[in-house]
Write a protein that binds this ligand. Structure first.
Ligand code: NAD
Length: 391
């Protein structure tokens, strides 16, 4: 029997599994994932700020997957492309006929000294929860330490994750101040960004609005300030030092280390794929999500790694696995953005909707939009069984 193996149960991997199971193929579909659950990576900043609990963002795979999909819970440690075999930490190697690699992302430190040691990344449920504990314990300690650094927080980078985290943080801090008894007016929040721009994918007026929103709530932005070192109690940019006892590391992501470990031709653990999303010389193997690098034929630049693009890639990869099995021509990946939403806490945000020109939105209306985006992903991914049975 033909085996289709899907690695990773993030947005892309789960979507592929859903599409394949829907197609009612005779193939044996195997999903390998290191956890028994899927987590909503787009909501980790909320777990880290404490505005959502881990239980709000995780979904039990065993309860969600259709019976036609075999779930193997284990860590992938290597892929042998030539022999079509995947090595796992605790199971024997598994063979496949078709592979969809959706192993996802890890925190990017760019080799910056101390970043791994002292920065708190938000890359999965465990790290987001650890960052929350670190924040709350440090703020609580102020009552006895009276050390101003216990009330100082540095957020590294001003991309999506940083800005969305800051939005939740400024919403949550007054609640924590009441609960933990620290003075709100002594709290210091610094955001350090290497580039001159914040949220470069948004138009200037929306960025200005978002920055103004966060500034009014106490965030100090430092742009054109590349971080060169992280210490236990400071973030360093050349000769400047930003002292803090809580350092949130959100300067971007790279693909899974399994890519480099398996000898792929890669950059930051991302592999440039062909226009049907397959890997050079391996028409049976597809890469989707953060482990893939897909050139946008219009701009010639690589598409960013977003959940929306991952899901679009998943649709193409699933269709192309089926096409290959049937001896048909695979399709090219095309992507048309629906738009981008950046939340600023639970009740505000900025958004650009790419339909009928570009519609720009800011404020409370965006929180409704964000809710819809999140609910849609929950419906389409987590409740896979309902989706599979419904059509
Ligand atoms: P990002 O790449 O979007 O942002 C990282 C930021 O850190 C960049 O602005 C970068 O210039 C900065 N940076 C990097 N090195 C630095 C250094 N040494 N010193 C100071 N600043 C530095 O990464 P992210 O926020 O982790 O997001 C990862 C991906 O996920 C992106 O493609 C993003 O678009 C996507 N994402 C989307 C959403 C959404 O759609 N709402 C939310 C979160 C993430």
């Amino acid at each position: 029997m033909t085996t289709i193996m899907v690695l990773g149960a993030g947005y892309a991997g789960l979507r592929v599994v859903k599409k394949l199971a829907h197609a009612k193929t005779d193939a044996h579909i195997v999903l390998v994932n290191k956890n028994e659950y899927h987590y909503e990576s787009t909501q980790l900043h909320q777990v880290a700020a404490g505005t959502k609990e881990p239980a709000d963002v995780v979904f039990d795979l065993r309860k969600s997957l259709p019976d036609s999909v075999e779930l193997i819970v284990d860590k992938v440690v290597g892929i042998d492309q030539d022999n079509r075999r995947v090595s796992l930490e605790h199971h024997d190697p598994l063979s496949y006929d078709y592979l969809v690699n959706a192993l996802g992302f890890e925190s990017e430190t760019f080799g910056i000294k101390g970043a791994e040691e002292y920065g708190w990344p938000l890359v999965d449920v465990d790290t987001a929860l650890a960052a929350r504990k670190k924040l709350e314990q440090t703020l609580a300690r102020y009552q006895t330490s009276h050390d101003p650094l216990d009330l100082s927080i540095v957020v590294c980078g001003a991309g999506f994750t940083s800005i969305e985290y800051l939005g939740e943080l400024v919403y949550r801090l007054p609640q924590l101040s009441k609960r933990l008894g620290f003075p709100m007016d002594q709290v210091k929040v610094d955001c350090i960004e290497a580039s001159p721009k914040i949220l470069p994918m948004f138009s200037k007026d929306l960025v200005d609005w978002a920055v103004d929103y966060l500034r009014k709530r106490g965030v100090n932005f430092h742009t054109s300030t590349p971080i060169t070192e992280v210490r236990q109690d400071a973030v360093v940019s050349n000769d400047q030092e930003f002292k803090a006892h809580t350092i949130i590391w959100t300067t971007g992501v790279r693909g899974s280390h399994v890519i480099a470990d398996s000898g792929y031709n890669q950059k930051r653990n991302r592999v440039v794929v062909r226009d049907d999303l397959s890997v050079e010389q391996h028409p049976e193997e597809f890469l989707v999500g953060d482990v893939s690098a897909v050139p946008d034929p219009q701009s010639g630049r690589l598409y960013p790694t977003t959940a929306q693009i991952s899901m679009a890639q998943a649709d193409t990869a699933a269709a192309n696995v089926l096409a290959r099995m049937r001896g048909q021509e695979p399709q090219r990946f095309t992507f048309r953005s629906l738009g981008t939403v950046c939340s600023l806490g639970p009740h505000d945000g900025v958004a650009e909707i790419d339909r009928m020109g570009t519609l720009k939105l800011k404020g409370k209306v965006v929180s409704v939009l964000k809710w819809i985006v999140n609910e849609r992903s929950v419906l389409e991914l987590a409740d896979v069984r309902t989706m599979l049975e419904s059509n």
